[in-house]
Design a protein around this ligand. Structure first.
Ligand SMILES: *[C@@H]1O[C@H](CO)[C@@H](O)[C@H](O)[C@H]1NC(C)=O
Ligand SMILES: *[C@@H]1O[C@H](CO)[C@@H](O)[C@H](O)[C@H]1NC(C)=O
Ligand SMILES: *[C@@H]1O[C@H](CO)[C@@H](O)[C@H](O)[C@H]1NC(C)=O
Ligand SMILES: *[C@@H]1O[C@H](CO)[C@@H](O)[C@H](O)[C@H]1NC(C)=O
Ligand SMILES: *[C@@H]1O[C@H](CO)[C@@H](O)[C@H](O)[C@H]1NC(C)=O
Length: 507
């Protein structure tokens, strides 16, 4: 997830862009993927994938599912992508696999969810990927993003509960159109999309028979897990490669501050890190480095990838190798540059790094609003952290949101609506057929469900795994643990579908 700047000092990490919130110090809170600073051309923009994978459709969606004011009856066009090549058809009650879209362009997530395409032939499944309202091309208010994002009057319709209701409405209508009322629906999602998949199964058991919820931090909310957990995992990722690597990064914040205060220091930093000469600020430099370390930890995949940025296999290891390649004190900044260069310039095309680039290639900006309303995920750094120490302050966070949107966050709404406290006991009593996948190298796994709950609510935990690695396309280089996990997920989903057919045969 990514870095978003909010008033300069305040940026938010989204889930794929870990919404990073930089407060007055240089501290940053992560969000999911990162829209900030992409010197690379994304492969997905080349268009070659765009046409061959699915057909694009639009559905007339209701603006507000929970209100009968005349204004609520307004509609908007919601995008969804569909692939029926492998579908066994309505007569055979062949399954429908639905991806519950995240906080960004649905085509981007679709192209990073190869698992569904690769398994569709085996299941004879119809594939549907639904875009989340207010993202991509699914913008209310006539598709006019300026109006939709203008202020709380219009942004107020951007929420997880509205999104889930959109998904239910669309799926029910699509099944009706296909005369496929009896086809079982399984929902899939990664990151925030994974949270939505799990919540969808919990809230709409009559629409989906099961959910694969990958890297979904449904417990990263107030009073559920420690606010330090995210940061601790990033720290551990680097420490696990080498103690020196951890120490160099940990020591860099003070070093950078000190150098920046010297005469000519800022210019020295600019040149060392090859920052473009249009804009240079020490806070922005620190945020830029922090983004590199956090997102690389999140996407520490075992094979070369291009999700947030093009990266080699095991990129955290590569970064630490760069940092460890010289122990001489005076090379320190140069080594940090080399490590950051792995995240920002693996393709080798960057001329310089623009700290003032606020482009958002995956359209993740709406997360800021979501973080300021219901997705309040407390984050902090303790004294062992690889980043500078920082305590979570709901008051500061809330003040920033009020300043930005003239609204106050509702930190307890998500747990009121979906639960979270005592999750094991509650899900045991109330739900079934959910896979929670987490990779423990992924800092978001700290807010994930890591324990088996019942026979059908299963936690699959990969020690070496990163952010929703299971949903990615398979490659020849995939390690055995990853192949095993995907196989296990297929077997579990197959058992749900079998059970469903047995149950309806009895009726
Ligand atoms: C569905 O996806 C496959 C690749 O998995 C592709 O070959 C096929 O053309 C796609 N079908 C449609 C209708 O887009
Ligand atoms: C929000 O923006 C719209 C359109 O620009 C405007 O009419 C409305 O008064 C604004 N509402 C608030 C609460 O600022
Ligand atoms: C179902 O069919 C109606 C009538 O053609 C259409 O307006 C609607 O968009 C379709 N639903 C979906 C989910 O595509
Ligand atoms: C990016 O990598 C290429 C190839 O290694 C290198 O020539 C170039 O200087 C790098 N760009 C920056 C900004 O460091
Ligand atoms: C949960 O149970 C499955 C078997 O159904 C097992 O493979 C998996 O390792 C268990 N998960 C945990 C976290 O113990």
């Amino acid at each position: 997830m990514a870095l978003i700047f909010f008033h300069y000092k305040f940026s938010l990490f989204s889930l794929l862009s870990l919404l990073f919130i930089t407060f007055t110090s240089s501290h940053i809170i992560p969000r999911f993927p990162s829209p900030l600073i992409h010197p690379e051309q994304q492969i997905i923009n080349s268009g070659s994938l765009q046409n061959g994978l699915y057909k694009t459709k639009f559905f007339t969606q209701r603006l507000d599912h929970f209100n009968y004011n005349p204004q609520s009856y307004q509609t908007f066009q919601q995008r969804y992508l569909i692939n029926d090549t492998y579908w066994g058809g309505a007569k055979k009650k062949a399954p429908i696999f639905v991806y519950t879209g995240n906080e960004g362009h649905i085509d981007w997530f679709t192209q990073n969810t190869g698992f569904m395409f690769e398994k569709a032939p085996y299941f004879n499944a119809l594939l549907v990927f639904i875009e989340h309202r207010f993202y991509g091309k699914s913008i209310p208010f006539g598709g006019n993003k300026k109006v939709a994002y203008a202020n709380s009057t219009t942004l107020g319709y951007l929420s997880s509960t509205q999104a889930l209701a959109d998904y239910a409405t669309l799926i029910i209508d699509l099944k009706k159109n296909l005369s496929a009322t009896h086809s079982p629906v399984v929902v899939f999602g990664g990151s925030y999309g994974g949270m939505l998949a799990a919540w969808f199964r919990i809230k709409y058991p009559h629409v989906a028979i099961g959910a694969l919820s990958s890297s979904a931090p449904i417990l990263q909310f107030t009073d559920l897990v420690s606010p330090y957990v995210f940061d601790n995992i990033v720290t551990q990722d680097f420490k696990s490669e080498s103690e020196n690597c951890y120490k160099v990064i940990k020591g860099s914040w003070k070093l950078i501050e000190e150098i920046s205060q010297k005469h000519g220091g800022l210019e020295l930093l600019r040149k060392t890190f090859r920052i473009c000469n249009n804009y240079m600020e020490v806070d922005a430099l620190e945020g830029w480095l922090q983004t590199a370390w956090v997102y690389t930890a999140m996407t520490d995949y075992p094979t070369p990838t291009n999700f947030l940025n093009p990266l080699p296999a095991y990129p955290v290891k590569k970064m630490c190798e760069a940092i460890d390649s010289s122990k001489r004190e005076k090379d320190r900044l140069g080594k940090l540059y080399e490590a950051a260069n792995i995240y920002y310039n693996y393709s080798g095309n960057a001329k310089c790094f623009n700290l003032n680039d606020h482009s958002d290639p995956h359209g993740l900006a709406g997360w800021q609003w979501q973080a300021c309303t219901e997705m309040v995920m407390p984050m902090a750094s303790n004294k062992e952290s690889i980043f500078t120490r920082y305590e979570w302050s709901f008051e500061d966070f809330s003040a920033s949101c009020e300043n930005e949107y003239k609204i106050l966050p509702r930190p307890n709404w998500i747990t009121s609506e979906f639960g979270g406290h005592d999750i094991e006991a509650v899900l045991k009593r109330s739900s079934g057929n959910i896979i929670f996948f987490n990779g423990l190298r992924d800092p978001w796994s700290g807010g994930g469900v890591l324990k088996n709950i019942t026979k059908s609510i299963v936690a699959i935990v990969a020690k070496e795994g990163a952010h929703h690695v299971d949903l990615r396309y398979s490659t020849k280089e995939d390690p055995k643990w990853l192949k095993d996990i995907r196989k296990q997920e297929v077997e579990i989903i197959e058992s749900w579908i079998k059970q469903y057919y047995q149950d309806i045969a009895k009726i």
